[in-house]
Design a protein. Sequence first.
Length: 303
Amino acid sequence: MLVEVLGSINMDIVTAVEALPRPGETVTATDLAQFPGGKGANQAIAAARLGAKTRFIGAVGADEYGARLRQYLADNAVDIGALVTKKTHPTGQAYISVAASGENAIVVVPGANHALRADELPESIANQPRVSLTQYETPLAVIDAHWSGTPSDTEIRIVNAAPAVPDGRALFDRAHFIIVNEVEIACYASEASQPSNFVEMIDQARTLLTRHDQYVIVTIGAKGAIVVSATDWYRVESKRAKVVDTTGAGDCFCGALAAALSQGKKLREAITFANAAAAISVGRRGAGPSIPTLSDMREFGAF
Ligand code: RIB
């Protein structure tokens, strides 16, 4: 099965800091680097590095970052036939600070990502078996057009509803799997604070379900992920890993999950695989560069 990712692609401008600045505070960075990123591109890279035939649908600007990111996807064997170049908008950028603890704070400047239009989407490949994966750094109207119509029996749709965009709830009905983290789930469940235990998390997750054949997957960092359906739930634990930089770990999870499902793995096994990929990624710097290959996964003991 093909993995098709509709999503964002950014150049990440990353500062390393001892601690993230508080409002009004100035801190001094110990390092500055550029890494390829964007939730969509990170997920496509993860799927491709983990063995899936992958195509990316998105937009870059007609600038140096756009050219570098286009080459980066191609070098990682991602099909870029549906990557649009916008002359009117610059390539997306993300300004990221990473603390010594591995935590981050991110400000995204969407640029070309938000300029992608529904009429620029590639011809539908309705009958091709595929895992279709998207996130919310792309205009909701474009995702709506991409997922118009009922999926065929050989299409698996996954939405990683990140960042939290309240109107994005309207698209949950189109997906088989909804992936959120603990902050995003509270936003979609209209709760003031994130769940403090599994019971609250399951309750919040169930408010996102619109059908009986759907699953909400909540990523919970080092604790793994929980899977919630209308009638059942379970947790899939993750191996402990050292934390250097958590940027893109959620994306790595989503792309790895898509790759595993595209290769016919059952859900629990696919989540174990995705947890392992994310655990490797948090031990390395950068979003794109931190994503493991199959040989990294073998070395980690993922299979
Ligand atoms: O999820 C991490 C990603 O979010 C970064 O690579 C950044 O570009 C933003 O899209």
